[in-house]
Design a protein around this ligand. Structure first.
Ligand code: KG4
Ligand code: ZN
Length: 468
Protein backbone atom coordinates (compact mmCIF):
# COMPACT_ATOMS: atom_id res chain seq x y z
CA UNK A 1 0.00 0.00 0.00
CA UNK A 2 1.53 3.35 -0.98
CA UNK A 3 1.89 5.97 1.70
CA UNK A 4 -0.47 8.21 -0.30
CA UNK A 5 1.73 11.28 -0.43
CA UNK A 6 0.68 13.57 -3.26
CA UNK A 7 2.40 16.81 -4.24
CA UNK A 8 -0.20 19.26 -5.57
CA UNK A 9 0.64 22.20 -7.83
CA UNK A 10 -1.74 25.08 -8.59
CA UNK A 11 -1.03 27.96 -10.99
CA UNK A 12 -4.38 28.62 -12.66
CA UNK A 13 -4.65 32.31 -11.79
CA UNK A 14 -2.60 34.61 -9.56
CA UNK A 15 -1.35 32.29 -6.83
CA UNK A 16 1.63 29.97 -7.22
CA UNK A 17 0.89 27.16 -4.80
CA UNK A 18 2.30 23.77 -3.83
CA UNK A 19 1.27 21.39 -1.07
CA UNK A 20 1.78 17.85 0.13
CA UNK A 21 -1.33 16.03 1.31
CA UNK A 22 -1.45 12.48 2.60
CA UNK A 23 -4.35 10.32 1.37
CA UNK A 24 -6.52 13.34 0.66
CA UNK A 25 -6.95 13.79 4.37
CA UNK A 26 -3.88 15.26 6.02
CA UNK A 27 -2.05 18.40 4.95
CA UNK A 28 1.69 18.11 5.55
CA UNK A 29 2.49 21.45 3.94
CA UNK A 30 0.73 24.17 1.97
CA UNK A 31 2.64 27.07 0.45
CA UNK A 32 1.02 29.94 -1.44
CA UNK A 33 2.99 32.74 -3.12
CA UNK A 34 0.48 35.45 -3.82
CA UNK A 35 0.81 37.80 -6.79
CA UNK A 36 -1.69 40.27 -5.36
CA UNK A 37 0.97 42.96 -4.99
CA UNK A 38 1.84 42.62 -8.68
CA UNK A 39 -1.71 42.83 -9.98
CA UNK A 40 -3.24 45.23 -7.47
CA UNK A 41 -2.05 48.36 -9.24
CA UNK A 42 -3.84 47.23 -12.40
CA UNK A 43 -7.08 46.57 -10.54
CA UNK A 44 -7.16 42.92 -11.65
CA UNK A 45 -5.08 40.00 -12.84
CA UNK A 46 -2.87 40.72 -15.87
CA UNK A 47 -2.38 37.32 -17.59
CA UNK A 48 1.13 38.00 -18.94
CA UNK A 49 2.35 39.16 -15.54
CA UNK A 50 0.74 36.14 -13.90
CA UNK A 51 2.68 33.74 -16.16
CA UNK A 52 5.92 35.60 -15.48
CA UNK A 53 5.36 35.50 -11.72
CA UNK A 54 4.52 31.79 -11.79
CA UNK A 55 7.76 31.11 -13.66
CA UNK A 56 9.70 32.93 -10.99
CA UNK A 57 7.96 31.33 -8.05
CA UNK A 58 7.24 27.75 -9.06
CA UNK A 59 10.61 26.22 -8.16
CA UNK A 60 11.01 27.87 -4.71
CA UNK A 61 7.36 27.24 -3.86
CA UNK A 62 7.55 23.51 -4.64
CA UNK A 63 10.83 23.27 -2.76
CA UNK A 64 9.31 25.02 0.24
CA UNK A 65 6.32 22.65 0.22
CA UNK A 66 8.61 19.61 0.27
CA UNK A 67 10.87 21.09 2.94
CA UNK A 68 7.95 21.92 5.21
CA UNK A 69 6.55 18.45 4.79
CA UNK A 70 10.01 17.09 5.66
CA UNK A 71 9.99 15.05 2.45
CA UNK A 72 12.00 14.64 -0.69
CA UNK A 73 10.70 13.90 -4.19
CA UNK A 74 11.50 10.22 -3.75
CA UNK A 75 8.98 10.00 -0.87
CA UNK A 76 6.08 11.02 -3.10
CA UNK A 77 3.53 8.72 -4.72
CA UNK A 78 2.23 11.14 -7.35
CA UNK A 79 2.27 14.69 -8.64
CA UNK A 80 -1.08 16.43 -9.17
CA UNK A 81 -1.59 19.62 -11.11
CA UNK A 82 -4.45 21.93 -12.06
CA UNK A 83 -5.09 21.48 -15.78
CA UNK A 84 -7.96 24.01 -16.08
CA UNK A 85 -9.99 26.12 -16.07
CA UNK A 86 -7.84 29.23 -15.75
CA UNK A 87 -5.40 31.42 -17.61
CA UNK A 88 -3.69 29.42 -20.37
CA UNK A 89 -0.16 30.74 -19.79
CA UNK A 90 -0.47 30.47 -16.02
CA UNK A 91 -1.77 26.89 -16.17
CA UNK A 92 1.03 25.91 -18.54
CA UNK A 93 3.72 26.88 -16.05
CA UNK A 94 2.34 24.49 -13.42
CA UNK A 95 1.59 21.72 -15.91
CA UNK A 96 5.01 21.85 -17.52
CA UNK A 97 6.78 21.80 -14.17
CA UNK A 98 4.57 19.02 -12.81
CA UNK A 99 5.17 16.93 -15.93
CA UNK A 100 8.93 17.39 -15.63
CA UNK A 101 8.88 16.42 -11.94
CA UNK A 102 6.72 13.37 -12.62
CA UNK A 103 8.83 12.24 -15.57
CA UNK A 104 12.18 12.75 -13.86
CA UNK A 105 11.06 10.93 -10.70
CA UNK A 106 9.02 8.22 -12.38
CA UNK A 107 5.82 9.32 -10.64
CA UNK A 108 2.29 9.24 -11.99
CA UNK A 109 0.83 12.60 -13.00
CA UNK A 110 -2.75 13.44 -12.04
CA UNK A 111 -4.72 16.24 -13.74
CA UNK A 112 -7.21 18.05 -11.51
CA UNK A 113 -10.01 20.43 -12.47
CA UNK A 114 -9.64 23.63 -10.45
CA UNK A 115 -13.35 23.63 -9.56
CA UNK A 116 -13.12 20.06 -8.30
CA UNK A 117 -10.17 21.23 -6.25
CA UNK A 118 -12.30 23.91 -4.58
CA UNK A 119 -14.92 21.28 -3.70
CA UNK A 120 -12.24 19.04 -2.21
CA UNK A 121 -10.99 21.93 -0.09
CA UNK A 122 -14.14 21.46 2.01
CA UNK A 123 -13.84 17.67 2.02
CA UNK A 124 -10.19 17.92 3.08
CA UNK A 125 -11.15 20.34 5.83
CA UNK A 126 -13.86 17.96 7.04
CA UNK A 127 -11.48 14.99 7.05
CA UNK A 128 -8.87 16.95 8.97
CA UNK A 129 -11.44 18.05 11.54
CA UNK A 130 -12.73 14.49 11.89
CA UNK A 131 -9.21 13.22 12.45
CA UNK A 132 -8.41 16.02 14.89
CA UNK A 133 -11.51 15.31 16.94
CA UNK A 134 -10.80 11.56 16.89
CA UNK A 135 -7.35 12.34 18.28
CA UNK A 136 -8.49 14.90 20.77
CA UNK A 137 -8.68 12.65 23.83
CA UNK A 138 -6.22 12.24 25.38
CA UNK A 139 -4.46 15.25 23.86
CA UNK A 140 -0.74 14.76 23.46
CA UNK A 141 1.58 17.71 23.43
CA UNK A 142 2.31 16.97 19.79
CA UNK A 143 -1.35 17.05 18.93
CA UNK A 144 -1.73 20.26 20.88
CA UNK A 145 1.06 21.95 18.98
CA UNK A 146 -0.42 20.69 15.73
CA UNK A 147 -3.82 22.11 16.60
CA UNK A 148 -2.28 25.39 17.70
CA UNK A 149 -0.23 25.70 14.55
CA UNK A 150 -3.26 24.82 12.43
CA UNK A 151 -5.49 27.42 14.00
CA UNK A 152 -2.72 29.96 13.61
CA UNK A 153 -2.42 29.01 9.95
CA UNK A 154 -6.16 29.39 9.49
CA UNK A 155 -6.36 32.77 11.11
CA UNK A 156 -3.62 34.17 8.94
CA UNK A 157 -5.38 33.23 5.70
CA UNK A 158 -3.41 32.34 2.65
CA UNK A 159 -0.78 35.05 2.57
CA UNK A 160 1.20 33.65 5.39
CA UNK A 161 3.62 31.22 3.97
CA UNK A 162 5.59 28.77 5.92
CA UNK A 163 7.24 30.08 9.03
CA UNK A 164 8.81 27.84 11.64
CA UNK A 165 5.44 27.26 13.21
CA UNK A 166 4.15 25.66 10.08
CA UNK A 167 7.17 23.37 9.84
CA UNK A 168 6.52 22.33 13.42
CA UNK A 169 2.94 21.56 12.47
CA UNK A 170 4.08 19.15 9.81
CA UNK A 171 6.55 17.50 12.19
CA UNK A 172 3.97 17.18 14.92
CA UNK A 173 1.53 15.70 12.46
CA UNK A 174 3.98 13.01 11.45
CA UNK A 175 5.15 12.26 14.99
CA UNK A 176 1.62 11.92 16.29
CA UNK A 177 1.51 8.73 14.23
CA UNK A 178 -2.18 9.00 13.44
CA UNK A 179 -3.27 6.86 10.55
CA UNK A 180 -4.98 8.84 7.84
CA UNK A 181 -8.32 7.43 6.75
CA UNK A 182 -7.89 4.71 4.13
CA UNK A 183 -10.74 5.63 1.83
CA UNK A 184 -12.85 8.68 1.29
CA UNK A 185 -14.93 9.61 4.30
CA UNK A 186 -17.68 12.21 4.29
CA UNK A 187 -19.20 10.18 1.46
CA UNK A 188 -22.61 11.75 1.14
CA UNK A 189 -23.93 13.60 -1.90
CA UNK A 190 -23.78 17.35 -1.60
CA UNK A 191 -24.79 20.51 -3.40
CA UNK A 192 -21.58 22.49 -3.93
CA UNK A 193 -21.48 26.23 -4.53
CA UNK A 194 -18.10 27.22 -5.97
CA UNK A 195 -17.98 30.99 -5.69
CA UNK A 196 -14.76 32.80 -6.55
CA UNK A 197 -13.28 35.52 -8.72
CA UNK A 198 -13.69 33.40 -11.82
CA UNK A 199 -16.65 31.16 -11.00
CA UNK A 200 -20.10 30.99 -9.53
CA UNK A 201 -21.18 27.42 -10.15
CA UNK A 202 -23.59 25.00 -8.49
CA UNK A 203 -22.76 21.31 -8.72
CA UNK A 204 -24.36 18.16 -7.44
CA UNK A 205 -21.34 16.22 -6.13
CA UNK A 206 -21.92 12.48 -5.70
CA UNK A 207 -19.47 9.92 -4.36
CA UNK A 208 -19.64 6.31 -5.53
CA UNK A 209 -17.09 3.97 -3.99
CA UNK A 210 -14.82 6.91 -3.33
CA UNK A 211 -15.03 8.30 -6.87
CA UNK A 212 -16.75 11.67 -7.14
CA UNK A 213 -18.93 12.65 -10.06
CA UNK A 214 -20.31 16.13 -10.66
CA UNK A 215 -23.42 17.44 -12.36
CA UNK A 216 -23.66 21.10 -13.23
CA UNK A 217 -26.88 22.51 -11.80
CA UNK A 218 -26.39 26.25 -12.21
CA UNK A 219 -23.85 28.93 -12.98
CA UNK A 220 -23.35 32.58 -13.74
CA UNK A 221 -24.18 33.77 -17.21
CA UNK A 222 -21.81 36.74 -16.99
CA UNK A 223 -19.64 37.94 -14.09
CA UNK A 224 -18.65 35.72 -11.18
CA UNK A 225 -19.68 36.89 -7.71
CA UNK A 226 -16.04 37.57 -6.74
CA UNK A 227 -15.62 39.61 -9.90
CA UNK A 228 -18.59 41.74 -8.80
CA UNK A 229 -16.96 42.26 -5.39
CA UNK A 230 -13.72 43.24 -7.12
CA UNK A 231 -15.37 45.62 -9.60
CA UNK A 232 -17.55 47.32 -6.99
CA UNK A 233 -14.55 47.76 -4.70
CA UNK A 234 -12.57 49.30 -7.54
CA UNK A 235 -15.46 51.63 -8.30
CA UNK A 236 -15.38 52.78 -4.69
CA UNK A 237 -11.64 53.44 -4.62
CA UNK A 238 -10.67 50.26 -2.80
CA UNK A 239 -7.86 47.91 -3.70
CA UNK A 240 -7.75 44.59 -5.54
CA UNK A 241 -8.94 42.03 -4.57
CA UNK A 242 -12.07 43.82 -3.43
CA UNK A 243 -13.81 41.01 -1.53
CA UNK A 244 -11.88 41.36 1.74
CA UNK A 245 -12.41 45.15 1.72
CA UNK A 246 -16.13 44.90 1.11
CA UNK A 247 -16.37 42.19 3.77
CA UNK A 248 -14.58 44.34 6.34
CA UNK A 249 -16.40 47.62 5.59
CA UNK A 250 -19.90 46.18 5.14
CA UNK A 251 -20.07 45.62 8.91
CA UNK A 252 -20.31 49.39 9.39
CA UNK A 253 -23.10 50.07 6.91
CA UNK A 254 -26.85 49.65 6.83
CA UNK A 255 -27.59 46.67 4.55
CA UNK A 256 -31.15 47.86 3.98
CA UNK A 257 -30.20 51.39 2.90
CA UNK A 258 -30.02 50.75 -0.85
CA UNK A 259 -32.77 48.49 -2.13
CA UNK A 260 -30.98 46.30 -4.67
CA UNK A 261 -33.62 43.88 -5.76
CA UNK A 262 -33.00 40.40 -7.01
CA UNK A 263 -34.75 41.45 -10.19
CA UNK A 264 -31.63 43.49 -10.91
CA UNK A 265 -29.63 40.27 -10.88
CA UNK A 266 -31.14 38.99 -14.07
CA UNK A 267 -31.28 35.31 -14.85
CA UNK A 268 -31.12 35.97 -18.58
CA UNK A 269 -33.11 32.83 -19.25
CA UNK A 270 -33.61 34.19 -22.74
CA UNK A 271 -30.01 33.17 -23.49
CA UNK A 272 -31.33 29.68 -24.16
CA UNK A 273 -30.88 28.77 -27.79
CA UNK A 274 -29.02 31.99 -28.61
CA UNK A 275 -25.27 32.25 -29.08
CA UNK A 276 -23.51 33.04 -25.80
CA UNK A 277 -22.25 36.60 -25.61
CA UNK A 278 -19.74 36.38 -22.80
CA UNK A 279 -16.65 34.27 -22.25
CA UNK A 280 -18.18 32.72 -19.14
CA UNK A 281 -21.38 31.85 -20.94
CA UNK A 282 -19.50 30.06 -23.69
CA UNK A 283 -17.96 27.53 -21.34
CA UNK A 284 -21.11 25.67 -20.39
CA UNK A 285 -24.39 24.84 -21.98
CA UNK A 286 -26.49 27.41 -20.16
CA UNK A 287 -29.57 26.66 -22.24
CA UNK A 288 -30.00 23.25 -20.63
CA UNK A 289 -29.84 24.56 -17.08
CA UNK A 290 -32.86 25.48 -14.98
CA UNK A 291 -33.00 29.32 -15.11
CA UNK A 292 -33.83 29.32 -11.39
CA UNK A 293 -30.23 28.30 -10.76
CA UNK A 294 -28.56 30.79 -13.09
CA UNK A 295 -26.72 33.76 -11.61
CA UNK A 296 -25.98 37.17 -13.11
CA UNK A 297 -23.89 39.75 -11.32
CA UNK A 298 -23.25 42.29 -14.04
CA UNK A 299 -26.60 43.99 -13.34
CA UNK A 300 -25.86 44.77 -9.72
CA UNK A 301 -22.42 46.07 -10.64
CA UNK A 302 -24.05 48.51 -13.09
CA UNK A 303 -26.63 49.46 -10.46
CA UNK A 304 -23.82 50.31 -8.02
CA UNK A 305 -22.12 52.38 -10.73
CA UNK A 306 -25.34 54.33 -11.33
CA UNK A 307 -25.83 54.88 -7.61
CA UNK A 308 -22.28 56.19 -7.28
CA UNK A 309 -22.78 58.64 -10.13
CA UNK A 310 -26.25 59.72 -9.05
CA UNK A 311 -25.15 60.41 -5.47
CA UNK A 312 -21.89 62.12 -6.39
CA UNK A 313 -19.70 59.46 -4.74
CA UNK A 314 -17.20 59.19 -7.58
CA UNK A 315 -14.88 62.02 -6.52
CA UNK A 316 -14.78 60.67 -2.98
CA UNK A 317 -13.83 57.28 -4.38
CA UNK A 318 -10.96 58.79 -6.37
CA UNK A 319 -9.73 60.69 -3.34
CA UNK A 320 -9.94 57.51 -1.25
CA UNK A 321 -7.90 55.57 -3.77
CA UNK A 322 -5.21 58.25 -3.88
CA UNK A 323 -5.10 58.43 -0.12
CA UNK A 324 -5.07 54.71 0.57
CA UNK A 325 -2.74 53.75 -2.27
CA UNK A 326 -0.57 56.80 -2.88
CA UNK A 327 2.39 54.88 -4.21
CA UNK A 328 1.70 53.49 -7.65
CA UNK A 329 5.07 51.90 -8.42
CA UNK A 330 6.21 52.01 -12.00
CA UNK A 331 6.67 48.75 -13.84
CA UNK A 332 10.47 48.82 -13.45
CA UNK A 333 10.27 49.58 -9.74
CA UNK A 334 7.90 46.71 -9.27
CA UNK A 335 10.15 44.37 -11.23
CA UNK A 336 13.10 45.12 -8.97
CA UNK A 337 11.09 44.67 -5.79
CA UNK A 338 9.74 41.41 -7.19
CA UNK A 339 13.29 40.23 -7.81
CA UNK A 340 14.08 40.93 -4.20
CA UNK A 341 11.11 38.87 -3.18
CA UNK A 342 12.31 36.00 -5.31
CA UNK A 343 15.73 36.32 -3.76
CA UNK A 344 13.89 35.84 -0.50
CA UNK A 345 12.29 32.67 -1.92
CA UNK A 346 9.55 34.79 -3.56
CA UNK A 347 7.39 34.16 -0.52
CA UNK A 348 7.13 37.41 1.35
CA UNK A 349 3.50 37.88 2.32
CA UNK A 350 1.56 40.32 0.18
CA UNK A 351 -0.07 43.29 1.96
CA UNK A 352 -3.30 42.22 3.49
CA UNK A 353 -6.18 44.66 2.90
CA UNK A 354 -7.95 44.47 6.27
CA UNK A 355 -4.76 45.73 7.91
CA UNK A 356 -5.70 49.13 6.51
CA UNK A 357 -9.33 48.75 7.48
CA UNK A 358 -9.32 51.50 10.08
CA UNK A 359 -7.89 53.90 7.57
CA UNK A 360 -10.37 52.89 4.86
CA UNK A 361 -13.23 53.15 7.32
CA UNK A 362 -12.26 56.68 8.23
CA UNK A 363 -12.31 57.58 4.54
CA UNK A 364 -15.74 56.09 3.84
CA UNK A 365 -18.68 58.36 4.61
CA UNK A 366 -21.84 56.64 5.83
CA UNK A 367 -23.61 56.58 2.43
CA UNK A 368 -20.65 54.66 0.98
CA UNK A 369 -20.66 52.19 3.87
CA UNK A 370 -24.42 51.76 3.42
CA UNK A 371 -23.92 51.12 -0.28
CA UNK A 372 -21.22 48.52 0.43
CA UNK A 373 -23.36 46.75 3.05
CA UNK A 374 -26.42 46.76 0.77
CA UNK A 375 -24.42 45.38 -2.16
CA UNK A 376 -23.00 42.56 -0.06
CA UNK A 377 -26.39 41.78 1.47
CA UNK A 378 -27.98 41.52 -1.99
CA UNK A 379 -25.26 39.34 -3.54
CA UNK A 380 -25.22 36.93 -0.61
CA UNK A 381 -29.01 36.84 -0.57
CA UNK A 382 -29.01 35.83 -4.21
CA UNK A 383 -26.34 33.16 -3.68
CA UNK A 384 -28.33 31.76 -0.77
CA UNK A 385 -31.69 31.78 -2.48
CA UNK A 386 -30.46 29.81 -5.49
CA UNK A 387 -28.18 27.47 -3.56
CA UNK A 388 -30.86 26.40 -1.08
CA UNK A 389 -33.43 26.06 -3.89
CA UNK A 390 -30.97 23.87 -5.83
CA UNK A 391 -30.29 21.73 -2.73
CA UNK A 392 -34.02 21.23 -2.33
CA UNK A 393 -34.49 20.36 -5.99
CA UNK A 394 -31.67 17.79 -5.80
CA UNK A 395 -32.95 16.35 -2.50
CA UNK A 396 -29.61 16.74 -0.73
CA UNK A 397 -29.18 17.61 2.91
CA UNK A 398 -25.61 18.73 2.62
CA UNK A 399 -24.23 21.97 1.16
CA UNK A 400 -20.58 22.80 0.52
CA UNK A 401 -19.67 26.46 -0.05
CA UNK A 402 -16.18 27.06 -1.37
CA UNK A 403 -13.94 29.41 -3.39
CA UNK A 404 -12.56 32.84 -2.50
CA UNK A 405 -15.95 34.43 -1.77
CA UNK A 406 -16.67 31.64 0.74
CA UNK A 407 -14.19 33.51 2.97
CA UNK A 408 -16.83 36.23 3.38
CA UNK A 409 -17.96 36.53 6.99
CA UNK A 410 -21.57 37.56 6.29
CA UNK A 411 -21.88 34.72 3.77
CA UNK A 412 -20.74 32.19 6.37
CA UNK A 413 -23.04 33.52 9.07
CA UNK A 414 -26.12 33.68 6.88
CA UNK A 415 -25.61 30.33 5.13
CA UNK A 416 -25.04 28.69 8.52
CA UNK A 417 -28.20 30.22 10.00
CA UNK A 418 -30.37 29.33 7.00
CA UNK A 419 -29.04 25.76 6.89
CA UNK A 420 -29.84 25.37 10.59
CA UNK A 421 -33.33 26.74 10.01
CA UNK A 422 -33.88 24.17 7.25
CA UNK A 423 -32.23 21.30 9.11
CA UNK A 424 -29.42 21.05 6.53
CA UNK A 425 -25.68 20.65 6.97
CA UNK A 426 -23.45 23.36 5.51
CA UNK A 427 -19.64 23.27 5.42
CA UNK A 428 -16.95 25.74 4.37
CA UNK A 429 -13.20 25.38 4.02
CA UNK A 430 -10.93 27.20 6.45
CA UNK A 431 -10.15 30.73 5.28
CA UNK A 432 -6.77 29.57 3.97
CA UNK A 433 -8.41 26.79 1.97
CA UNK A 434 -11.19 29.04 0.60
CA UNK A 435 -8.99 30.96 -1.77
CA UNK A 436 -6.67 29.30 -4.28
CA UNK A 437 -4.21 26.80 -2.82
CA UNK A 438 -2.60 23.51 -3.80
CA UNK A 439 -3.72 21.39 -0.83
CA UNK A 440 -7.16 21.21 -2.46
CA UNK A 441 -5.56 19.99 -5.70
CA UNK A 442 -3.58 17.27 -3.92
CA UNK A 443 -6.71 16.25 -1.98
CA UNK A 444 -8.85 16.05 -5.13
CA UNK A 445 -6.16 13.88 -6.74
CA UNK A 446 -6.36 11.15 -4.08
CA UNK A 447 -9.51 9.40 -5.39
CA UNK A 448 -8.02 9.61 -8.89
CA UNK A 449 -4.80 8.07 -7.59
CA UNK A 450 -6.77 5.18 -6.07
CA UNK A 451 -8.62 4.73 -9.37
CA UNK A 452 -5.33 4.87 -11.36
CA UNK A 453 -6.80 7.77 -13.29
CA UNK A 454 -3.49 9.20 -14.50
CA UNK A 455 -2.80 11.93 -17.02
CA UNK A 456 -1.14 11.23 -20.33
CA UNK A 457 2.26 12.76 -21.15
CA UNK A 458 0.58 15.07 -23.68
CA UNK A 459 -1.51 16.74 -20.94
CA UNK A 460 -1.94 20.42 -21.74
CA UNK A 461 -3.76 23.43 -20.33
CA UNK A 462 -7.50 23.68 -20.92
CA UNK A 463 -8.48 27.26 -20.03
CA UNK A 464 -12.21 26.50 -20.23
CA UNK A 465 -12.18 22.97 -18.82
CA UNK A 466 -15.71 22.14 -17.68
CA UNK A 467 -16.77 20.13 -14.65
CA UNK A 468 -19.99 18.17 -14.74
O1 KG4 B 1 -10.77 31.27 -5.27
P1 KG4 B 1 -10.00 32.53 -5.49
O2 KG4 B 1 -8.76 32.75 -4.68
O3 KG4 B 1 -9.54 32.65 -6.99
C1 KG4 B 1 -10.34 32.29 -8.06
O4 KG4 B 1 -10.40 31.08 -8.38
O5 KG4 B 1 -10.98 33.22 -8.59
O6 KG4 B 1 -11.04 33.74 -5.30
C2 KG4 B 1 -10.65 35.08 -5.38
C3 KG4 B 1 -11.90 35.94 -5.23
C4 KG4 B 1 -11.67 37.43 -5.48
O7 KG4 B 1 -12.68 37.91 -6.33
C5 KG4 B 1 -11.81 38.03 -4.08
O8 KG4 B 1 -12.29 39.36 -4.09
C6 KG4 B 1 -12.81 37.09 -3.45
O9 KG4 B 1 -12.43 35.81 -3.91
N1 KG4 B 1 -12.75 37.14 -1.98
C7 KG4 B 1 -13.77 37.56 -1.21
C8 KG4 B 1 -13.31 37.52 0.13
N2 KG4 B 1 -12.02 37.06 0.12
C9 KG4 B 1 -11.70 36.83 -1.18
N3 KG4 B 1 -15.01 37.96 -1.53
C10 KG4 B 1 -15.83 38.35 -0.52
N4 KG4 B 1 -15.45 38.34 0.78
C11 KG4 B 1 -14.22 37.93 1.15
N5 KG4 B 1 -13.86 37.93 2.43
ZN1 ZN C 1 -10.15 29.34 -7.47
Amino acid sequence: MPSGLILGIETSCDETAAAVVERGARTLSSVVASQIATHARYGGVVPELASREHLRAIVPVVRAALTEAGLSLSDLDAVAVTSGPGLAGALLVGITYAKALAFANNLPLIAVNHLEGHIHAVLLQERESERDSAQSAPVSSDAQSLAAARSERTSQEKHEVSGHDFSRAADASKKSGALAPEGIPNAESALALVVSGGHTHLFLAQPTNGVWTYTLIGRTVDDAAGEAFDKVAKLLGLDYPGGPWIDALAKFGNPNAVPFSFAQIKTKAHLGGKPARTKAAKTAPIARLDPHFLFSFSGIKTAVLRYVELHGLRDQAKARLNHLFPVAPSFSESASSDSERVGDRGLRPAPHPPQSREEALALCPQPTLDLIASFQRAVIGDLMKKTFAAAESQHVRRILVTGGVAANSELRTRFTAEAARRGLHVAFPTLALSTDNAAMIAAAAWPRFLAHDFAQPDLTADPSLALG
